[in-house]
Each structure stands twice: as C-alpha cells, then as structure tokens.
Design a protein around this ligand. Sequence first.
Ligand code: S3P
Length: 171
Amino acid sequence: MGSVILIGFMGAGKTTVGRAYAKSMGIPFADTDDLIEKEAGMTVSEIFESRGEGEFRKMETAVLCRLRTDKGEKVISTGGGLALREENQKLLRDIGRVAFLSVRPETVLKRLEGDASRPLLRGGDVKERIENLLLLRDPIYQKVADLSLRVDDRQVDEIAKELAERLGELK
Ligand code: S3P
C-alpha cells in the first residue's frame, strides 16, 4: 500500500491524526520533528535559536532522504514548513501518498495560543502571523497533496477514518 505522509499547518493535528491512523492500520508511525530532535539532542526551538531556521530546514531534508530509503510502509507526520520546499516535495512523492490536513486560522489560534514550542509563531500579533502564513502556504500544501481533509471541529478518530476511506479511493 505504501507510506502515507501528512502535511499541513502547525496545529492542524498531523501528529495526533497520524498516530491514530497508524495505530488503526497497525503500521509504524514517524514524526519528522521528533526524528530531528532526537538526532540533534535539542528541541526544534533550540535548533532555531542556536543554529537558525536554515539549518533546521536542511535537517528536515536529510530526515526525508533517510525515510525514503526505509523500506517498510509507515505513516509520517511532517513539520508545517517541510512540504514548502521543492526538493522536499519530490522526496515526499517518492515516499508515498500525501494527505493535507487543512485548518482554519481560528482553530490554529485556539490550539496554539500560549504554546512556546513554535518559534515561527512567537511574538507580535500571532493571529495575523497565522493568517498570513496560511495564505502563503495553503495553496502549496494543496498543490503537493494527493488529497486534503478539513480538520476544524472534528474528532481525531473521525478524521483518521476519513483518511483511510479517501486513501482507499485513490487506488
Ligand atoms: C514549522 C512547524 C513545526 C516545526 C517548526 C517549523 C513550520 O512543526 O517543524 O516549528 O514552519 O510550520 P508542526 O507543524 O508540527 O508544529
């Protein structure tokens, strides 16, 4: 069946939905931010602070290259900026089918207000930042994905179930 990759904005629930879907299918789950943090021995925020965003983006591509050489089928959730780079987009397509979890700015704000772990949302007018980033990013997520799902006001299991159905329709 091949691997499934979840892309989308911060707070869309890529990790939560990915875990639930992987569990329901009985296949392994991986999260690119987790893999990077484990390898670097630092949190994403610490990497941004000490090495800069550019280095973090290189680490994302390196992790994807490794995931591409892994043989087993798995569910992979990605950091919200990963799918934006063209070289990553090619890697994603090589790895498997790409599902975009689409989220409204109000949902992101509600979920991530006060969260200090996302360097890109820190400081200034967070609502405006989210809205502007979503405007830039949504068309790219949309273009890269094989399918997209709306996540606002929905339960994790319901989204995971729809993901399974929609992936089935792709075949
Ligand atoms: C980022 C999203 C984060 C993390 C980093 C950058 C982004 O992951 O990779 O803070 O550029 O959108 P989540 O989407 O899991 O929050």
